[in-house]
Write a protein that binds this ligand. Structure first.
Ligand SMILES: Nc1nc2c(c(=O)[nH]1)N[C@H]1C(S)=C(S)[C@@H](COP(=O)(O)O)O[C@H]1N2
Ligand SMILES: [Mo]
Length: 337
C-alpha cells in the first residue's frame, strides 16, 4: 500500500464531501434522463459532470482514509468497484460515445454501477457513518475557502477535459446538450427501455384506436405530413430523421380534448406514457422515417414521434391513444417495462 498517498487533511470532511457529491451525481443523473430542452439539459449534464469529477478528484484523500483502516470488508471492495464501473462508463460515454465495454453499453455500465452502488453505499453509511456528519466549523471562513478552492479546481479540471476532448477530436466534441452523440439514422439500434418484446405487426390489418375512432395505417398516412425531429435516447445517442406523421390534435375529438387532463398513448406491448392534453399539437403518429417504413424493431407500423421529449416517450407499435382524466404527472417518471 506504499503507493497510496498519505494526505494530511483526509478525514471526515472528505467523507462528507463524497457523500454530497455522489448523492448529487445520482440525482442529477436521473434528472438528465428526464430533460431534453437545450438550456436545462446543459445545466443538468454540466452539474452531473462536475459532481462526478469532484468525486473522482477526492480519490487520493479517500485512499488515505482507506489506508488507515485495519481491516477491509469484501462489501467495501464491491462498493469501490461499483463506483469505479460507474465512473468508467461515464467517461467512456463522454469521450468515446455509446460504445460497448465488456459486453455492456457505456450507459449500462454507468447506470448499472450506480444502481449496484446504492444499497452497498447505504450499508456503508450505516456501518461507518457515525461521527462523520457536518460540524459547525465546516462553515468557518477557512473551511469555506477550502471548499471553494476545491470547487474551482474541479471546474478548471472539467473545462480542461472538455478542451482536451475537443482538441483530440474525440466524440466528446459533438455532444448534444443532453450529452448524447449523433448517429446516422441507419445506425439507430432498435432500442427498448427495459425488456419490452418486439412485436411484428401486419400493416394491412393493424388499426390504431384514437379516442372514439379507429384508423388504419393507410388512413393515417393520408393525414400525414413531414416532421423533422430528433430522437434522443437516454443511452447516449441521438438521430435526426424526417418522419411522415399525423398530428394528434387533428385526430382527437376537439371538445373532449379540451376537457381532458392527459393523453395516454399505449403500445400493443402494454408500454404506455401519459402526456399533458395541451401537448397534442406536438405529438405525432408516424408511419415512416425518411420516406421508408421503419424496421419492425423501430415501431412499425405506427409509432409516436414526440419532438422535444427524450426517446422513452416515443411509444412504439401504438395500439391506442386515449383521453384521460388522470394528470400526466400521475405516472412514474420513467417507464417500468
Ligand atoms: N413500446 C415501446 N416503445 C418504446 C420503447 C419500448 O421499450 N417499448 N422504448 C423507447 C425508447 S427508450 C426509445 S430511445 C425509443 C427508441 O426508438 P427506436 O427503436 O426507433 O430507436 O423508443 C421508445 N419507445
Ligand atoms: Mo431510450
Amino acid at each position: 500500500m506504499s503507493w497510496v498517498p498519505r494526505l494530511r487533511r483526509a478525514g471526515r470532511r472528505t467523507n462528507l464531501a463524497l457523500l454530497v457529491l455522489l448523492v448529487g451525481a445520482f440525482g442529477t443523473g436521473w434528472l438528465a434522463f428526464a430533460t431534453a430542452a437545450p438550456v436545462s439539459a446543459t445545466l443538468v449534464t454540466t452539474a452531473h459532470g462536475l459532481l462526478g469529477l469532484g468525486a473522482l478528484a477526492l480519490v487520493p484523500w479517500k485512499a488515505t482514509i482507506v489506508r488507515r483502516a485495519r481491516t477491509w470488508r469484501p462489501m467495501s471492495l464491491l462498493l469501490a468497484l461499483a463506483v469505479l464501473a460507474c465512473l468508467v462508463g461515464g467517461f467512456v460515454l463522454v469521450f468515446a460515445g455509446p460504445v460497448e465495454v465488456a459486453g455492456l453499453t457505456a450507459i449500462q455500465l454507468h447506470v448499472g454501477g450506480a444502481l449496484v452502488a446504492v444499497p452497498l453505499f447505504a450499508v456503508h453509511l450505516v456501518r461507518y457513518g457515525r461521527r462523520q456528519g457536518p460540524r459547525r466549523r465546516d462553515l468557518s471562513r477557512r473551511a469555506l475557502l477550502r471548499t471553494g478552492g476545491f470547487a474551482a479546481s474541479t471546474a478548471t479540471g472539467y473545462v480542461l477535459l472538455e478542451s482536451i476532448g475537443r482538441w483530440t477530436g474525440s466524440a466528446a466534441a459533438g455532444r448534444a446538450p443532453t450529452g448524447s452523440h449523433r448517429i446516422a439514422p441507419a445506425d439507430v439500434p432498435a432500442t427498448n427501455w427495459l425488456l419490452d418484446p418486439v412485436p411484428v405487426l401486419d400493416p394491412t390489418t393493424h388499426r390504431v384506436v384514437v379516442a372514439d375512432r379507429s384508423f388504419t395505417v393507410a388512413e393515417l398516412v393520408a393525414l400525414s405530413e413531414p416532421v423533422a425531429a430528433r430522437l434522443d435516447c437516454t443511452s447516449g445517442w441521438y438521430a435526426e430523421e424526417t418522419w411522415t406523421a399525423a398530428r394528434l390534435d387533428r385526430l382527437l375529438p376537439a371538445t373532449e380534448l379540451a376537457a381532458a387532463a392527459s393523453i395516454e398513448v399505449t403500445s400493443v406491448t402494454g408500454y404506455s406514457r401519459l402526456f399533458p392534453a395541451s401537448d397534442s399539437p406536438r405529438l405525432w403518429l408516424a408511419t415512416a422515417a425518411d420516406g421508408q417504413v421503419p424496421r419492425p424493431g423501430r415501431g412499425a407500423p405506427v409509432r409516436l414521434v414526440a419532438p422535444g421529449r427524450r426517446g422513452f416517450w416515443w411509444v412504439k407499435w401504438v395500439a391506442a391513444v386515449r383521453l384521460s382524466e388522470r394528470p400526466a404527472w400521475a405516472q412514474p417518471p420513467f417507464p417500468l417495462q
